[in-house]
Design a protein around this ligand. Structure first.
Ligand SMILES: [Mg+2]
Length: 273
């Protein structure tokens, strides 16, 4: 199966599902709490339905790992895992702030390291990021690579500061970055690092779920940008709507190192990675 083609088509369908809902008052109607702990909204559930039905129609049998409805079997003999945050940036989307995405990853096991292909689709613009393991990362079919800016004075660095305990180490980092951003859809912000739109993006809160960024991690890795956990160790986490993850992503190793240093992370134990 051509995963990139399947994911590209699925992403397009999600966009078409979401578009008419943008102006509709029912988009934000809530239906209890989702598997990831946030309120399930009508628009989230419609996007998930589109993802599942499109992939099933393409003949994929899989175990769904979703931020919204949790873990369930789709098909008789699931041979893959599909991890999704059907809509990342729901608050932006409902307010009309043009920064939200849908994110889908296909993997062979329920683990971030076994993601084979991923898509992150910008729901406001004609931009789709795709990656397949060992075959590179793409923005609208063009190969992407990260920026080479390697100092905190010039770098644009996203920092997720939602519901954040401002620890002294984070305060120290924020004091050194001149251009801090927080756009409100983490998967898409990671793709901005992959294609050099931004230079770094970090979330050290320990609150983000692995379902949010399963696809984006592969896009980052395949673009040759760097992503580790907040101690500088390669990411290694199960895929589930309740497993949390923290990360530091940067376009290049020197910038990644400077962010770690500014956070006061001792690198002596992890340099071999
Ligand atoms: Mg969501």
């Amino acid at each position: 199966m051509d995963f990139l083609k399947v994911l590209d088509e699925t992403a397009e369908r999600v966009k078409n599902t979401v578009k008419p809902l943008l102006k509709s008052p029912i988009a934000g109607k809530t239906y209890g709490i989702g598997a990831g702990g946030d309120a399930k909204k009508h628009i989230d559930l419609e996007a998930e339905k589109t993802i599942v039905s499109t992939l099933r129609r393409k003949g994929l049998e899989f175990t769904l790992i979703s931020e919204e409805t949790g873990i369930r079997r789709c098909g008789n003999r699931p041979s893959y895992y599909v991890t999704t945050d059907p809509i990342d940036g729901t608050t932006n989307l409902l307010r009309g702030i043009p920064f939200a995405c849908s994110s889908i990853a296909i993997s062979t096991t329920a683990h971030v390291g076994s993601v084979e292909a991923g898509v992150v689709v910008d729901l406001f613009h004609s931009v789709t990021y795709l990656a397949q393991r060992n075959r590179g990362a793409f923005r609208n079919s063009e190969r992407i690579e990260p920026a080479q800016i390697d100092n905190l004075d010039d770098a644009v660095v996203g920092v997720d500061i939602n519901s954040c305990d401002t620890s002294p180490r984070l305060a120290q980092l924020l004091g050194q970055i001149k251009h801090v951003r927080h756009l409100g859809a983490n998967a898409l912000e990671l793709c901005y690092v992959a294609d050099g739109t931004a230079d770094g993006f970090i979330d050290v809160r320990g609150k983000l779920r692995t379902t949010d960024i399963a696809a984006a991690i592969l896009i980052i890795e395949e673009s040759n940008a760097i992503i580790t956990d907040s101690r500088g160790v390669p990411l290694s986490r199960p895929l589930s709507p309740t497993t949390t993850i923290d990360f530091i992503a940067a376009g290049n190793r020197p910038l990644h190192q400077k962010i770690l240093t500014a956070l006061g992370t001792d690198q002596t134990h992890v340099d071999s990675h």
